[in-house]
Write a protein that binds this ligand. Structure first.
Ligand code: PMP
Length: 390
């Protein structure tokens, strides 16, 4: 049998994903016939809208089954450049400044590999989605900066200033945010711009949830800021807005000088995004087909907040975007890992421990409301009964 020593040293710092760990356990429970309520994974439960599926079927019938350009098919790059221009007020040349990727996950990985080397530091939000393992795989060191729950999870500028060093290469910003549902304010972007220029940083702006906004919250792209355009990589994708997580289709836009190293990495990762998904994305982007789903997310959010409100201790900043809530644990509980695993084993309700997203998630849970109001109610009926029995 091969031993642990055969894995590369850097694998010591690459844990099995905390989200996937829960998800795999759900799979095992379901295979054994259990009825699991999924509030753990950021995977909308809707079918992909029919016009988008039809576009893929028609691409299949037309024989679009081959490798495409490393940058992506030109029709999609033009659709993406038009979207950046219309929705985000950013001008990217579709021929030189847009790359289609295999999910936003790959857009992030290739950007990190292009700009982060051995010993470089990367400023990563705390809490945040799993950027840190990509940074570590590239040989870099993630250095966290806090998102403050008191301000709706705005980046803490004083912590950014304290934690930046002459090794810092990249600043990662995510808005709307996973796991908190926070949205970065426009005036905060001015300060981030000043900070990025002062420290000569490349900025990776993950905007994959831009279409999922509630109440009167607004999304502002970092690259639309004149000081940030030259140094920003704008990452996006169709997974979340169009319920296309399985199609593996993301993209990035950046000025040509930044694209150059990224495309060279991209040529050696997955070559090109799935061809049928690229044709489907041409139909999806700019279609407005996400709107009914966003309305449904708003109802789900409201229901979830009502249910959280009934449980003492589960304090939750109101999410302004994405489909995650990030409440504190019920009264009397301190350990989010113990809480999540007991709840899953005893009541078949799945959530993610907040600490998976960084130390500021200690004592919190991430609840994904990418599931129906009925299933949210089912989960909370079980939780209330379980808490009453403790
Ligand atoms: N960024 C964030 C903040 C996410 O939450 C996710 C998916 N959970 C991704 C990127 C990756 O999305 P995909 O690879 O499906 O496009």
């Amino acid at each position: 049998m091969l031993g642990q020593q055969t894995a590369a040293d850097r694998m010591d710092h690459i844990p099995f994903s905390g989200i996937r760990e829960i998800f795999e356990e759900c799979d095992r429970l379901e295979a054994a016939g259990e009825d699991v309520v999924h509030l753990e994974i950021g995977r909308p439960d809707f079918d992909t809208p029919k016009p988008i599926k039809d576009a893929a079927v028609s691409a299949l019938d037309s024989g679009h089954v081959h490798y495409t350009s490393n940058y992506g098919i030109s029709e999609l790059r033009e659709t993406i450049a038009a979207k950046f221009d219309r929705d985000n007020d950013i001008a990217y040349d579709p021929d030189q400044e847009v790359i289609v990727t295999t999910g936003a996950t790959e857009a992030i990985l290739v950007s990190v590999f292009a700009f982060v080397g051995q010993g470089d530091e990367v400023l990563v939000p705390n809490p945040s989605w799993t950027y840190a393992p990509s940074v570590r795989m590239a040989g870099g060191t993630p250095v966290s900066y806090s998102l403050d729950p008191e301000t709706g999870f705005q980046p803490d500028l004083s912590e950014l200033r304290e934690n930046v060093s002459d090794r810092t290469e990249l600043l990662i910003v995510n808005s709307p945010q996973n796991p908190t549902g926070g949205v970065v304010d426009e005036d905060r972007i001015d300060t981030l711009a000043e900070f990025a220029v002062e420290n000569d940083l490349v900025v990776l702006s993950d905007e994959i949830y831009e279409k999922i906004l509630y109440d009167d919250s607004e999304h502002h792209s970092l690259a639309a800021h004149p000081e940030l355009y030259d140094r920003t990589i704008s990452v996006n994708g169709v997974s979340k807005a169009y319920s296309m997580t399985g199609w593996r289709l993301g993209y990035l836009g950046a000025p040509e000088e930044l694209i150059d190293p990224i495309i060279r990495v991209r040529q050696y990762t997955t070559t090109c995004a799935p061809s049928l998904s690229q044709h489907a994305a041409v139909r999806a982007i700019g279609s407005g087909l996400h709107e009914p789903m966003v309305e449904a997310f708003a109802d789900r959010r409201d229901r979830l907040l009502e249910r959280l409100d009934r449980i003492p201790g589960m304090d939750c900043p109101v999410p302004s975007g994405a489909f995650y809530a990030f409440p504190t644990l019920p009264e009397g509980y301190e350990d989010e890992n113990e809480f999540v695993w007991s709840l899953l084993r005893e009541k078949n309700v799945a959530m993610v421990p907040g600490s998976v997203f960084g130390s500021n998630g200690n004592g919190r849970l991430r609840i994904a409301y990418s599931n129906s109001v009925e299933r949210i109610d089912e989960a909370f009926d079980r939780i209330e009964a379980w808490l009453a029995d403790q």
